[in-house]
Design a protein around this ligand. Sequence first.
Ligand code: FAD
Ligand code: NAP
Length: 304
Amino acid sequence: MYDTLIIGSGPAGMTAALYAARSNLKVGIIEQGAPGGQMNNTSEIENYPGYEHISGPELSMKMYEPLEKFNVEHIYGIVQSIENEGLIKRVVTEDETFEAKTVILATGAKYRLLDVPGEEEYTSRGVSYCAVCDGAFFRNQDLLVVGGGDSAVEEAIYLTQFAKSVTIIHRRDELRAQKILQDRAFANEKIKFIWDSVVKEIKGGDVKVSGVTVENVKTGEISGHEFGGIFIYVGMNPVSNMVTGLGITDEAGWILTNNKMETSQSGIYAIGDVRQKDLRQIATAVGEGAIAGQGVYHYITEHF
Ligand code: FAD
Ligand code: NAP
């Protein structure tokens, strides 16, 4: 029986584990991949206090290492469902069922698909969702980045170190990204823009992608463009399929909590990107992890 089982080992989950373990609780953290979550997919982090810049994988390791000291148990598994049986919660993975007094959901968010013809066919054959993972395969090529948020603009800038050119296509005439990223992109000679336009189709041959068909949403004009690679950053969806049925999400699947990170199910907490909230960042994930890690200690003291 764990005092708390944390699902997901991104910055939110790792911080919750640290705080709960420092309160002498028996802590398990279930993760399906490497510790770090989305941080592993970003090269440069420049807005996490204490570091002028640090790579995502390096920050992931810095958050992971202290957990070793506190005997946090790392469990590999894909959580499929969570059952709340009063004071006991059951966490079901494909191989095992674990019991805990409390559960902290820190399952984050996952990239959204563009959902156009050719996307699935050419994924890993020129279509990518991770510039850090795949950027180096596209040296001296003309690349397309789809989206106008922080991810699209930041990763477009990152890709310019490999690419001949990077074109950002955005469905409006104004970017959503932070101003500092916008300024850098506008100042970068390798970055071009296609405004007010959407990708209608991804095209290619037998082996790999060759370009896109684009529609201007204001004029209706259709045009064809050639690209050697296409990076898609059109937002994120919550990873909350394991709590369907608990009634703790909004219609889109983001988990609802109060400001103590408690869901409406007693003893079940949610933190980080999977929560319904305005600002999805490492700093906010870490803050929420601290609140829940401390919160489960008080919950257990009161209920057991
Ligand atoms: P995540 O990091 O998403 O981690 C969730 C973890 O849960 C994952 O490891 C996942 O494998 C695991 N998991 C999910 N479901 C299950 C399951 N069923 N069973 C077991 N494990 C599961 N933020 C910044 O502050 N600065 C930046 O510079 C920055 N750059 C970014 C660049 C990119 C390209 C992206 C995509 C995001 C960036 N962000 C940045 C956002 C930041 O990475 C996220 O806000 C943060 O990682 C959220 O942390 P989290 O712990 O809530 O979730
Ligand atoms: P996001 O902020 O939701 O932006 C998604 C972008 O894609 C928006 O510009 C949106 O257009 C566009 N879009 C959505 N659906 C589309 C579609 N079907 N076709 C074409 N375009 C579409 O997502 P994100 O950029 O992945 O960021 C996710 C979270 O991570 C955010 O909270 C972000 O702040 C954070 N993050 C932070 C950093 C950083 O701090 N450096 C870096 C990366 C990510 P509209 O603008 O018209 O809606």
